[in-house]
Design a protein around this ligand. Structure first.
Ligand SMILES: Cc1ncc(COP(=O)(O)O)c(C=O)c1O
Ligand SMILES: N[C@H](C=O)CCC(=O)O
Length: 432
């Protein structure tokens, strides 16, 4: 299955046409391969740990549609549940028992969540949680961290990660200064900077929002005591702590980062895995705070397709699959094998590198590190990452086309996939 000289004629044709139809030829910027060079491959189908492009090439996939595909693509049980649900219609725009079922599963799993509201994307969840933080505290300022990404709402497009970091964009034109004037930023893992912000803005900060493990500036883990320190500081200042677990939720542990690190925020945002590959988002948390959401309370937030029965069905089935014994042990085992293997190969082939994994989320930077924050991440050799990315693609391995995105494994990745990936990495890194 190793493709050393892949033919991508059809991909190129389709992408050329797409560029006249959609800005940059894509529906979301990171997909455009701008920072790694070359052209995106155009997908035809996905199954298990694999994707196939329109030219018939097969790749081992470590993007997993940016996180949702934790059980593997097109899992037969998810597909079967969706077929059954489809027969009942594609949208109700009204209450359904499916919402109750998924809500109960989320509430049972995620320590901070006593009530939940479903939306259609992670962006929506983060927008809504921000409004709620402000309403509950009657304060307007928030603290976010450099390199963290909370979707593309105006208030969060300040020193953001993901595509904003990938494309090296300044904070986006079109965002009014007034929208971000209340967004304060600090370097990730820097508790002193957060303390200083609280001191300078006494009684004005509604809360702190962060990716508890960063996946949108590459893969960056919290230093010992960082999450606990934020919990204490927010308590001390009457502010809320919000974990954006759109990426980490049900991925780094069934109960997310808050279960893994034993720190319970006031509010949590979710997305990706809880929709099993269909568009979804959610926010939830303490009952007294969530009770402020309309129609229970005055904070308005709504959505035509929210609680969509297909998304709920795929989410329920995905969480059921994740509840099976051994799931997270397996994810940790294969992902550790991959992350350790990549580091060893980088060392053997003379490339300074650092990285790691937590459960099914991993990363590799081409710098000796350590990487504690976005500034450190930017020291990674981006040109080398681009060459590495292209070399891996040529050998049938699809990595996220940006140094600033974490990688994802799934239950469908086999030891053979990992070995094949490591063989490809050794070949590529030996020639860079
Ligand atoms: C941590 C985090 N928050 C929010 C978002 C926004 O989610 P979505 O792309 O579903 O709008 C993403 C991903 O894009 C994310 O990784
Ligand atoms: N980093 C983003 C989400 O996690 C990538 C998805 C996108 O914006 O296209």
């Amino acid at each position: 299955m190793v493709n050393t000289t892949i033919k991508t004629t059809k991909s190129q044709e389709i992408f050329a046409a797409a560029q006249n139809l959609m800005p940059g030829g894509v529906s979301s910027p990171v997909r455009a391969f701008k920072s790694v060079g070359g052209q995106p491959i155009v997908f035809d189908r996905v199954k298990n740990s694999y994707i196939w492009d329109v030219d018939g090439n097969q790749y081992i996939d470590y993007v997993g549609t940016w996180g949702p595909a934790i059980c593997g693509h097109a899992h037969p049980e998810v597909i079967a549940a969706l077929h059954e649900a489809l027969e009942k219609g594609t949208s109700f725009g009204a209450p359904s028992v499916l919402e109750n079922l998924l809500a109960e599963m989320v509430i049972d799993a995620v320590p901070s969540i006593e009530m939940v509201r479903f939306v259609n994307s992670g962006t929506e969840a983060c927008m809504a949680v921000l409004r709620l933080m402000r309403a509950f505290t009657n304060r307007e300022k928030i603290i976010k961290f450099e390199g963290c990404y909370h979707g593309h709402a105006d208030m969060f497009l300040v020193k953001a990660g993901s595509g904003v970091a990938t494309l090296g964009l300044p904070d986006s034109p079109g965002v009014p200064k007034s929208a971000t004037s209340h967004t304060l930023t600090a370097p990730y893992n820097d508790l002193e900077a957060v303390k200083a912000l609280f001191a300078e803005n006494r009684d004005e900060i509604a809360g702190v929002i962060l990716e508890p493990v960063v996946g949108n500036a590459g893969f960056i883990t919290p230093d010992a005591g960082f999450l606990e320190g934020l919990r204490e500081l927010t308590h001390e200042h009457g502010a809320l702590l919000v974990f954006d677990e759109v990426m980490t939720g049900f991925r780094i542990a069934y109960g997310g980062a808050q279960e893994k690190f034993g720190v319970t925020p006031d509010l949590t945002t979710l997305g990706k895995v809880i929709g099993g590959g269909l568009p979804v988002g959610a926010y939830g948390g303490r009952r007294d705070i969530m009770s402020m959401i309309a129609p229970a309370g005055p904070v308005y937030q709504a959505g035509t397709l929210s609680g969509n029965p297909l998304a709920m069905t795929a989410g329920i089935k995905t969480l059921e699959l994740l509840q099976r014994p051994g799931t997270y042990e397996y994810l940790e085992q294969i992902t550790r094998q991959l992350a350790d293997g990549l580091l060893q190969i980088a060392q053997d082939t003379g490339h300074p590198a650092c990285g790691g994994n937590i459960s099914a989320m991993f990363g590799l930077f081409f710098t000796s590190g350590p990487v504690h924050n976005y500034e450190d991440a930017k020291r990674s050799d981006m040109a080398k990452f681009g060459r590495f990315h292209r070399g891996m693609l040529d050998r049938g391995v699809y990595l996220a086309p940006s140094q600033f995105e974490a990688g994802f494994t799934s239950l469908a990745h086999t030891e053979a996939d990992i070995q094949e990936t490591l063989t490809a990495a050794r070949e590529v890194l030996s020639t860079l």
